[in-house]
Write a protein that binds this ligand. Structure first.
Ligand SMILES: [Zn+2]
Length: 159
């Protein structure tokens, strides 16, 4: 948005060495819609900027001056809406990041639980193998003691 009301067209030439102009349209309330020809380096809020400036159109008509505040009001509303939308978007990004962090934590917990489950399953397997082996040893001992038990007794008998 250009604000041409700050400067009067008193400059006769450029204050810079660029000597290049561009055509702009003022959106200020007093000169709404009025075209002007100004230095390319012209800036409304800078004291250092070249102030070469010339109106191309005559004064804004009364209808234009009456419409300008309405347009400004609408611009302000759109700007506020844009700021609100940007804030909502930023908040949504922040929530999304929080959700991702929670998901990562949940996955890490899940992985730890899976590891514990695997360790527990390994222990169960080892205990089963140990149980099987002890039963087998006991069975073998039982069979051998029955088959060869009698000989042992006779050998150990005293005369
Ligand atoms: Zn200039």
């Amino acid at each position: 948005m250009s604000s041409a009301t700050t400067y009067e067209s008193t400059s006769t030439g450029h204050m810079c060495d660029m000597d290049r102009c561009v055509e702009r349209t003022s959106l200020s309330i007093r000169n709404f819609g009025r075209r002007f020809y100004g230095c390319q380096q012209w800036a409304p809020d800078s004291d250092q900027a070249c102030k070469f400036f010339k109106w191309l159109d005559k004064n804004t008509c009364p209808r234009g001056r009456a419409t300008a505040p309405l347009v400004h009001e609408r611009f302000a509303r759109y700007k506020a809406d844009a700021v609100a939308a940007r804030n909502e978007r930023d908040e949504a990004y922040a929530r999304e990041a929080e959700a991702w962090e929670l998901l990562r934590k949940a996955k890490r917990k899940g992985e730890k639980s899976n590891l514990k489950l695997r360790i527990a399953e390994d222990k169960v397997y080892k205990y089963r193998v140990a149980l099987f082996l002890s039963c087998t040893v006991f069975g073998v001992y039982f069979v051998f003691s029955n088959v060869f038990g009698g000989h042992c007794h006779t050998q150990l008998r005293l005369p």
